[in-house]
Write a new protein. Structure first.
Length: 265
């Protein structure tokens, strides 16, 4: 599987739509979800990419939309949060299903009751799900999995568990990042473009497969088995890809403008 940036750029030569994960893809993974450090230049880079792609940029994350807004306030790109259960496009927010949100709160409460104040574990309630982090206590993975299985068995009708990096996520069954990409590809300015999904974790594999279904491809950050067509070694390489797309689109736009004015540059 190629990890050469030039090969990825060759595959991106036409009009592309970029769909990107957040943690581990745009920013480094932190010990706790609220400890993420956003590089100073990231917002400027994303704003330039949004303009270069005529708005065909979306963040698709397991985080809630409110979390993404907290780290990247005022950004115009589309956001699908909670693995696609939340969606904001062109400033319009799709309403959450009240029953699903209520069930997610009940599952979070059940986990808190079962586990209690367990050192090293973090229960993160989300609008339509729950994440149970064990990054600070990897030796408690078995305890986490047993708790999740027990709660889903008794209180989790319509929900499922999926693994992440030192986290188990509970989400509505059938909700995934691939479905989020499918939904956005029906809308302008994504419709008709080649989708590129960028991510680093197991939950991004659905996005990679969805991009392929729509004639595009996935880019996996880091090593490991993946459905993505390409890999990049780290976040710095993702930034380099974005910068190349920004420069390429600006160059093409400048050349098109020059030709319209009868000047070839």
């Amino acid at each position: 599987m190629p990890d050469n940036l030039s090969a990825i750029l060759d595959a991106s030569s036409g009009p592309v739509a970029i769909f990107t994960d957040f943690d581990g893809t745009l920013v480094d993974i932190a010990p706790t979800p609220d400890a993420v450090i956003v590089p100073e230049a990231l917002a400027t880079r994303l704003d330039a990419l949004f303009s270069a792609l005529d708005g065909a940029l979306a963040v698709i994350s397991g985080r809630a939309i409110a979390d993404i807004d907290g780290f990247l306030p005022g950004q115009p790109f589309s956001v699908s949060g909670s693995h696609g259960a939340e969606q904001r496009h062109d400033g319009q927010v799709r309403p959450l299903d009240a029953a699903t949100s209520a069930r997610a709160r009940a599952i979070a409460t059940a986990l808190e009751t079962r586990l209690g104040p367990e050192p090293g574990l973090l229960i993160e309630p989300k609008p339509t799900g729950v994440a149970l982090h064990f990054r600070a206590a990897p030796e408690k993975e078995r305890l986490v999995r047993e708790a999740v299985a027990s709660v889903l068995d008794s209180d989790g009708d319509g929900f499922e568990a999926i693994d992440g990096k030192k986290v188990v996520e509970i989400r509505p069954a059938g909700t995934d990042k691939g479905g989020a990409l499918d939904a956005l590809m029906q809308l302008p300015p994504f419709r008709g473009r080649t989708p590129v999904f960028i991510g680093d974790d197991v939950t991004d594999e659905d996005g990679f497969r969805a991009a392929e279904r729509h004639g595009g491809f996935g880019i996996r950050i880091g090593a490991g088995p993946t459905a993505a067509r390409f890999t990049l070694p780290d976040i710095a390489a993702v930034y380099a890809y974005f910068d190349a797309l920004i420069g390429d689109r600006r160059t093409k736009g400048h050349r098109a403008h020059s030709l319209e004015g009868g000047i070839v540059t």
